[in-house]
Unconditional design. Structure first.
Length: 398
């Protein structure tokens, strides 16, 4: 299959006059999503009421849609399930992994990991009260820090600020040699770069679907468990839909078989409808084509910005094999600069302390979009347009 990126771009609602380089934080709305949600609301919820759990098969959405996401991350059928938020899925994976290594007490992450993942680890350590600790070396020092004291290596493959990409295979192999389990957070990988969970041998993986996968704000997260490991996992969040027979209403918890034990509460039925529509676009995409297109657009963006904006410092690896699908620049006045850029119709975002991020999302970006973004950045930076009072006022979301 050869991907027609002009055809995929036509399937998104992109506001007039806006060049959107923030799909690494929230993807734009697929045109089909609104109708899919109307169908679910007006024909299913409104007309079928509670019978829609069976008649519209809502109850099996987490597995059905999990398989659709699984295809994009190289997971075998029946190894991915949807539901809840990414933080909950991180908690589930980490708690299960620690229970499988009861004789070890160290969680290894890195100092660049997304803070929410670290918060989950810190909270779980406090809850367990068993003397666990969290080690966070610099990303480049993770491999050297893996030894036989480590219970779990928990990392985000693509750094949310810089776009730097871990060597997934090298870390998995080193961790397994040391007897540790591995959890990958794919928040900035799924839909951005090719991933092959099945071949990698990774033990657990989690990810969100509202970024590159374009599932919409609050779209549910996913979790993968290595098939041979799943029967041994003890779900720390033992919700009723992870029960072996939820409608038997057994007072005692018995985990379901395989990945279904990682289900927890009632699935977000409306949100899953929007994600399902977004995944229709992904059915037209070859991940190798996506990666090649991302590299081409990112290289064009880097070259253009460096040629016109000498005050910006590239912090993303130049080698496409070492980065995700974003480009980040450091600038001491990055927050007001980004607000000035957004005010002129080019949307990226800012991450403290000084990072200006731009998502390179080939499903709906082309060379003309990249060139317009470069021109706007050059104008804002070259003429110090960012240095106006309104751009220095911090909003709640950056």
């Amino acid at each position: 299959m050869t991907t027609d990126f002009a055809a995929t771009k036509a399937q998104f609602h992109l506001p007039s006059g806006v060049t959107y380089l923030d799909g690494n934080s929230l993807g734009p709305m697929p045109r089909a999503a609104a109708q899919r949600m109307r169908t679910r609301m007006e024909q299913e919820w409104a007309e079928m009421l509670i019978t829609a759990w069976n008649r519209a098969d809502w109850i099996h959405d987490p597995r059905r849609i999990g398989d659709r996401v699984g295809r994009l991350v190289g997971a075998a059928t029946g190894t991915v399930v949807m539901g809840d938020t990414l933080s909950i899925k991180v908690h589930q994976a980490l708690a299960s992994a620690l229970a499988l290594r009861p004789d070890r007490r160290v969680i290894l992450s890195d100092s660049g990991n997304f803070p929410s993942d670290l918060y989950i680890a810190q909270g779980l350590i406090a809850t367990l009260g068993q003397g666990h600790s969290l080690k966070t070396p610099a990303p480049q020092d993770v491999l050297a820090a893996i030894d036989d004291t480590i219970a779990v290596v928990m990392l985000t493959e693509v750094d949310y600020r810089t776009g730097r990409r871990h060597d997934m295979q090298a870390i998995i192999q080193a961790a397994h040699r040391a007897g540790a389990l591995v959890i990958w957070d794919l928040a900035h990988s799924a839909g951005a770069i090719p991933v092959n969970l099945g071949q990698s041998g990774v033990d657990f993986a989690v990810g969100c679907t509202y970024k590159f996968l374009n599932g919409g704000p609050g779209a549910p997260a996913f979790i993968y468990v290595r098939p041979d490991l799943a029967p041994m996992c003890r779900p720390a969040l033992s919700g009723w839909l992870g029960h072996e027979a939820p409608f038997a209403f057994d007072p005692d918890y018995r985990p379901a078989g395989g990945i279904d034990r990682m289900r927890c509460g009632t699935p977000p039925v409306l949100a899953l409808a929007a994600l399902d529509a977004a995944l229709d676009v992904w059915d037209q995409v070859d991940m190798a084509d996506l990666q090649a297109r991302s590299a081409t657009l990112a290289d064009r963006f880097i070259a253009g910005v460096e040629a016109t904006c000498p005050d910006l410092t590239l912090v993303t690896p130049r080698d496409p094999a070492r980065r995700g699908s974003q480009v980040s620049f450091a600038f001491d006045h990055g927050y007001p600069a980004m607000q000035a850029i957004i005010d002129r119709g080019v949307i990226g975002d800012f991450r403290a302390p000084n990072i200006m991020r731009f998502g390179i999302t080939p499903l709906y970006l082309d060379e003309a979009d990249i060139d317009r973004a470069i021109a706007v950045l050059a104008d804002v930076m070259g003429n110090r347009l960012w240095d106006q009072p309104q751009y220095h006022q911090r909003a709640a979301v950056t």
